[in-house]
Structures are given as C-alpha cells and as structure tokens.
Design a protein. Sequence first.
Length: 628
Amino acid sequence: MVQLSKKMMSLALVVILAAAMVTGCSKGNQEAESTQAGVSATPNAGAIYVAGTYSATVAGMHEMTVHVTVSDTAITDIKIDHSETAGVGEPAIESIANEIVEIQGLGVDIVSGASLTSNAIVDGVADCLKQAGLNDEGINKLLAIKKEVTKESDQELAADVVVIGAGGAGMAAATTANQAGKTVIVIEKASKMGGNTILSGGAFNAVDDGSETAIANKDSVEKHYTQTFEGGDKQGDPKLVRTLVENAWSGVVWLKSLGMEFQDGVFTVTGGMWPRAHKPVEPEGTGFFKTYQEYIDKNKGITMVYNTTADELIVENGIVTGVRCTGKSGNTITVKAQNGVVLATGGFGQNIEMRMKYNEISKKWPTLDASIPSTNTSGITGDGMIMAEKIGANLVQMENIQLLPLGDPKTGSLSGNIEHAVESRIFVNLDGKRFVNEGGRRDEMTLALFDQKDTTMYIVMDSDTYPKGDELNNFGESIASLVSAGRSLKADTLEELAQLMGVPADNLIGTVKAYNRYCKDGDLAGTADEFGRTLFSDTDGINNGINDGPFYAAVRVPTVHHTMGGVQINELAQAISTSGEVIPGLFAAGEVTGGIHGSNRLGGNALSDTIVFGRIAGTSASNFARQE
C-alpha cells in the first residue's frame, strides 16, 4: 500500500502591509498591549501580536498541527502538518490558510465537503493567535472579517450527458459515458471529486471469475446474492441485487483497465459476511479518483464544474433536460443535456433533520440527532433526493439508515480504525468483555454497542498485522502515528493494555483467552462461539488468536455511515416516478438511490454499487435520445 504521507504544507505568503497597519509603537509597548483586547477598529488594519511562531494540534478528519507565524501587526505565514485525505480535506488545507493570510481574518468560507478540516484549521489558527496574545474579543473581530466576493455573470453550459455529483458513482458514470463517445459535464458542489467514496476504506466486494480467489475461499456469485438479499432482510429489489452481484467483478476488471491497482487476495470487511473484498493499493478511496483524474487528463470531453450546487432539475415536455445550479459567487449556472442527466449526489447522512425524520418511521435507532456523528463528508445532505422528489420521483425505503460501530469518538470518521479485517480483532466494552458477533451484520453490532456503557467500545488486536509498527491501517495511517497521537493504545502485555484502557485486567485477559479457543490452534476451532461468530481465520487460515504482543486497542463509537433509501431505479438505472413510470432523461446511481441493499447493507457492497450502477447509468444516459 502506498502511504498517504504526512505533508508539511507550506503556505507562506508575502503580505504587503499598508502604512495604516503600522502602529508606530515600540515593540515593548506592543507586547504589553497584546494582553488586552486586540484588533484595530480599522478593518484589515491587523491585530497586535507578540511576534513569533505558534503551534496548535487540532482534529480534522485526521489529526493535524497548525503553525502560525505573526509579526507585531499581521499573520505572515501558516504551515500545516497533516495527513488529510487528498480530494477532501486537502483542498481545505490548500485554500483556508491561504485566505486567512490574504484577508488577515478568520471569516473564511468553509470548503464544501470538508467542513471538519476547514473548521479545524480556523480553530487551530485561532488557538495560535491566542497564544500570540489575542483575546476572545480580538478573535471575534477576526471572525467577522470576510473576503468580498464579486458575483460572476450567469452561465449556460451544455453537453451530451450531465452528471450531478463527482463521487464514486458520478465519476464512473462520467467516464463510461465519455468512453461511449459523449461529451460530459460533471457538476460538483465541493472543490474536488471524491464524495463519500474517497473517505471509504476502499473495500470492493466482487466475486472473481475463478482466476484469483473465488474457488479457494468457496465464494460464488450466488452466495454473494444470497448474503446481500438476506442481509438486507429481503427488502432489496431482487433484480437490482442480481444486477449488483453479477456485474461487480466486471467493475474491478474495468477499473484495472483504466490503470487502477488492487492488492492481491481478498479480505472480510466489517459487516461483509465473507472474504470477497478487494483492496486498492492506494489508501482509502483515493485510488478511484486518481484513476478518474488520469483518465480525464488523457482524454477529451469531460468538463468538471466545481464549487457549484445543483438546485433543481429542469423538466421540459415531461423530459429531464438539465439542471439549474448556483455557482460559488452566487451566480446561476444552467447546464443542459442533449442526452441524459445522471443523478449521483449521495445520501443524507449529514442531514440531521432528514435522518431524524425517517428514523421516526422505523424507530430502529435510539437516536440519530446531532449527538451521533457521521462518517460522511459534510456535503452529503440529500440534495439529489430532494430535487428528484420535487419532479415526481419515487423515494423508497428512506427509513433504512445504516450505522457503524467504528466511528472516531471526536469526528465520527472511520480514520484511526486499527483493524485490517474482521478475523484479526474483537470488540470489548468498558468492562473489558465482548458483547457481540464481530463478524455479523452492521446493524446488529451497532445496536449492541448502543446497549453498552457510554455507547463506547474498544477494538482489541495483537501485532499480527503490525509486526514492525510502521504498517498502515486501511486509511493510510501507521499504527505508530496513531499511538503517538493517542488515538490507539499499545502495550506489551494484556495487563498493561487493560490499565491503559481503564478496564478490569482479569476481564480482558479472560475475554481474550475465551476468544482464542475458537481460533486456528484453539480446542474449539471450526465452531461458532457464544455470539454466533464463525469468522476467526482469514482465507489462509493463519489467525491463531490474540496472543502476540505488543497488543493494541482503539476506542470507537456509533456513527451514521450509509443511507440505503433514495430514488427508485430499475436495472437500467432509470429513475422511477411515484406512478411507477420511467422518468425520461433521468438516471441515478450510488447512494442517492434506494431499494438495492434493503434494511442493512453488507460491508464492501457500497463501492460495488457505485461502480456497477454508475457504469450502467452512464451507458443508459448516453443511449437516451429525446423524442422531438
């Protein structure tokens, strides 16, 4: 795996200070004044700081350290040590600090889709400025300083195919349509492609054709179908489930044809039910978008329109012909399609009002209010579903909302998760005891976590997958860096680990001992344990339990991960109306759709969904011809 290396992002900018910003005070007087309320009444005149460089560590999607250099009167330089995800947090790194120095204020625009990172940078800079002598009143004045934005002229754009959303499904659709010879415009409200896919662990469920692993681990397309259909309590449309599982492997082959690389073998992702997940070489979901960007760079015909929010679908004579959008400066951008429009805007995991509304229907989760974080990027707010419903699209199974028990306690993200595969770890509560089948369904695991003290658990594992300490988790983070940052605990013995975790040592030791009996060398190997768990060894049968120190633990909480409801589609990815008819010109793919996964999505099926139905939507939209 290629490491998502920690970057020192130097954003040094030359700041030309107007004469009015020079106070004329001696440095000693400036230092004395820095402890008092500290921003000049003249806008952008600067603050009075104690000159120097200050640092603050904050949490975006990952932990980062902000370094701010100030003169007596101005912010002169910002550097950020970070490992934020390329395409999500990284654009905020590149723009937020730049803008703060430019306007000499903190009222910067949050980068769409990267609010965690954006806010973390602002918080980090504010912390540094306080260290430099600025008080709360001064910080508030800086927060009120904003960059003036000039509204641009309205625009009208056109292409053969229009794609709304530059996540996994949208980019699969755009690439497929372009391969069919069509010009494509992709509308994206964030500043780069990625969506939720780029934050994923990269697990892609697909049963190969027998050339790699399917025969060896006794997997089959039929088994994938059964586990997907039954895993969703048989609520998924059988035709859509069949389409998903039968086309997943060809999706892997297609991605490889574009240059994307996968690691050898397969693994079982949390809630995946079977070792059929293929892992990209690049960390998280970055490999998908590196592949799509390379395709765009080499081929003509795909235009990316970023920082643009889709507002409403355009319908003419009963046919969806385009979309009306708002650009970054507030101007109107109208985009028309000669052929079809593909809706790929994702789910509504970050729309608290929507998820609470639909949870009231199922009452499955104790609460989905703001106290429950989400793995999703901040821009995943159900926009596409709202637009589609307004023109008569049928929304199905909206109450089916998936949570994971694997959220970071501060951010809700999956980063910091130390597991590599289901077989190598256990979950223990704050009493040091297991409480659920860790190889089971995602909803069952998360509901069980809600019943534990403080709704909190630890993932516990040994050093089998971290023999050196510099190995990476599924999110490109080394275990050593996680331990250093306090996001993971490390100990040579289980007794020491229990002390770090704050759980009874006897309980943890007894829990691990009981678990080991079911692993490769245990006396109960090959049988199910008291929780019904059967996944104890990986495909090579090498998991001999948790017994090789050093040992690791990481705290996790419930987090909203995936919304399985959405726009109803058929096998051709055509959107269906409330009357059961195809909506001409509108196609949908990915998490904006509903009716595929049912009440519970198998881990590893989301990326398969984006590629399979994204490709189908791109083909269908390319083939759509208006009846003039």
